[in-house]
Design a protein around this ligand. Structure first.
Ligand code: GLY
Ligand code: MN
Ligand code: MN
Length: 266
């Protein structure tokens, strides 16, 4: 029952997604070097509750610079520095339905050249994964599409060596993209529902809601990564409703192109 959302449930999710998108936009406008991560956590919390969410759906991740390379970073108590990126993964809960949005943006005014290249690659992987999301597609297919795009881009940028086929087969990219692309979303942020039926991946059907959240995370001591690309964590996460003919991005009000983000930061 929870995997297939009714019209009323979709309206509640739409509202939690819209409110959360506004809160992320407010965070993009407000961040300044010298602030602490907990100030940004408080701001997102305030913006989400101000618009009618009674609580957040999960503990926010507010990670500046190298902290964003730690997947489940929850300390949220470090100073934010010019030249680094801020990753915020936070979602409001409206009428028990939770949004789950991640955005990553500069703490200063612009992305550096290396940050921009990785950011554009993650966005490309996300957009291509969204483009194949429709009834009949499976979550492993969505993950595969995201991984293929990331691997091609990482090879061109020199963060991976070898052939795409070998890397994808041996999961050589997991060092830089160590998590899955999607999970069900609803009353819980990682909502209930079988991912496989008789051990086969479950095809998407209208009324299901999932996240699409590729990322890249480079460690400071990874000698295979060119120096300018090290210590960067980027994730872009949206909430997607499967419709009869394709899908609807419920969190589309949260800006995610570099141009949109840099305009907000200027
Ligand atoms: N916020 C938890 C997740 O993105 O899965
Ligand atoms: Mn998620
Ligand atoms: Mn998330």
């Amino acid at each position: 029952m929870r995997l297939f959302k009714s019209a009323e449930e979709i309206e509640d999710l739409r509202k939690s997604c819209q409110i959360t998108a506004w809160a992320h936009t407010a965070a993009m406008k407000a961040v300044q070097p010298g602030m602490n991560e907990f100030e940004m956590e408080a701001l997102v919390d305030y913006e989400i509750r101000k618009k009618g969410c009674r609580r957040l759906g999960y503990e926010s991740i507010v990670a500046g610079g190298k902290n964003a390379t730690c997947l489940h970073y929850r300390s949220n108590n470090d100073t934010l520095h010019d030249g680094e990126l801020l990753l915020i993964d936070a979602g409001g809960e409206y009428q028990y339905f939770s949004a789950d949005i991640t955005r990553t943006f500069p703490i200063g005014r612009k992305f550096s050249m290396a940050q921009a290249k990785l950011y554009d690659l993650v966005l490309k992987a996300q957009l291509e994964a969204i483009a194949i999301t429709r009834p009949g597609t499976t979550l492993p297919e969505i993950h595969q599409r995201a991984c293929e795009t990331l691997v091609d881009g990482l090879l061109s940028l020199g963060l991976l060596k070898g052939t795409a086929k070998e890397i994808l087969k041996s999961n050589g990219h997991q060092r830089l993209y160590p998590h899955n692309t999607s999970h069900w979303l609803g009353m819980d942020v990682h909502d209930v529902g079988l991912y496989r039926i008789q051990s086969e991946p479950r095809p998407l059907e209208p009324g299901m809601v999932l996240t699409i959240e590729p990322g890249l995370y480079t460690q400071p001591n990874d000698s295979e990564v060119p120096a300018e690309f090290r210590n960067i964590g980027i994730r872009i996460e949206d909430d997607i409703l499967v419709t009869k003919t394709g899908c609807e991005v419920l969190t589309r009000d949260a800006p995610k192109t570099r141009a949109e983000i840099e305009t907000l930061r200027s």
